[in-house]
Write a protein that binds this ligand. Sequence first.
Ligand SMILES: *Cc1c(COP(=O)(O)O)cnc(C)c1O
Length: 206
Amino acid sequence: MIHSATKYLAGHSDVIAGAVVAKDPEIAARIKYIQNATGAVLGPFDCWLTIRGIETLELRLQRQSENALAVAQWLESREEVERVYFPGLQSHPNHLLAAKQQSFFGGVVSFVIKNGDEQAATNFVTSTKLFKLAESLGGVKSLLCHPATMTHKSTPVDVRRNAGVVDALIRLSCGIENADDLIEDLQQAFEQINEKVSNPVITTWK
Ligand SMILES: *Cc1c(COP(=O)(O)O)cnc(C)c1O
């Protein structure tokens, strides 16, 4: 099993680490040999940060999931939003499967700005104050990113759009802040981008 410790496990966006876990002692010995031979060894401070992070994993995930659900439900009620992706929403096609498989739905929420283009998305991601613009996810502080020009910039445009990563898609990673503060931040970002276009959002973004 391969885990990224960079995201939820360490949880504070200050470590790049991962774990390969094997049950079979023979496979474990081979992995250990490769790790030793290639020198892929984590520094002591990163190990310590990761261990300390794991101590609060459940608390953080619980709060991040609650925040993400509140944000996702709020986004679903907004007229500027065309679609919200979050497995904790009843409207998600795999909600029941996710509910069966997971104790938490996680902190990541994506949404598409209605009639939005790349400029609308860029305006939005540069208008939030609490949600910081960065590619990572899973940390205690909320982040947001514009996949089309960031994480998926090198994906061919047609492949990217066919996969649902459209120009007006925005990805949020909810942290452990107060949910009302997060929603207020998104609300003021919508207000800012509404002001940036001369007419109301829905008729202007083509
Ligand atoms: C996830 C991530 C990494 C590396 O993560 P691993 O899962 O540990 O490989 C590096 N930089 C950013 C911005 C990331 O989001």
